[in-house]
Design a protein around this ligand. Structure first.
Ligand code: HEC
Length: 100
């Protein structure tokens, strides 16, 4: 019975794409420089979500920015590029960030 319960929690956990984006951000080291609520080295994800709330092109732009790295939107500290992360994973991460 315990195993069944664990399995159920496991499946629902990964079925939720929001959670998956968060997990991917964690696995890819994004949270070393970002947190949801407070600025670390990079802007908080809450601020990012607020900034691009009404911007329909934000998702594509942010995916490119995370992939290639860049600076200038939040200050002078550059974000390094992340060329190894798959586009579909970046899509999930950015969807999660913009949903915060
Ligand atoms: C070494 C620190 C560092 C790491 C690691 C890092 N970031 Fe950043 N991130 C930054 C900085 C600094 C900025 C601000 C760049 C700017 O001013 O345009 C930023 C900006 C951003 C933005 C906003 C971009 C914009 O143009 O408004 C997003 C979204 C973002 N990061 C997501 C991520 C994700 C997802 C990861 C993990 C794959 C990640 N970051 C890893 C430092 C980092």
């Amino acid at each position: 019975m315990k195993i069944l319960l664990f399995l159920l929690i496991f499946i629902t956990h990964f079925a939720l794409s929001d959670d998956m984006g968060k997990q991917l951000a964690q696995d890819n080291g994004c949270l070393a420089c970002h947190s949801v609520k407070t600025k670390v080295l990079g802007p908080s994800y809450q601020d990012v979500a607020k900034k691009y709330k009404n911007d329909k092109k934000a998702k594509t732009m942010l995916i490119q920015k995370i992939k290639n790295g860049g600076t200038g939107n939040w200050g002078n500290i550059p974000m390094p590029g992340h060329p190894k992360i798959k586009n579909e994973d970046l899509d999930k991460i950015v969807t999660w960030i913009l949903s915060i």
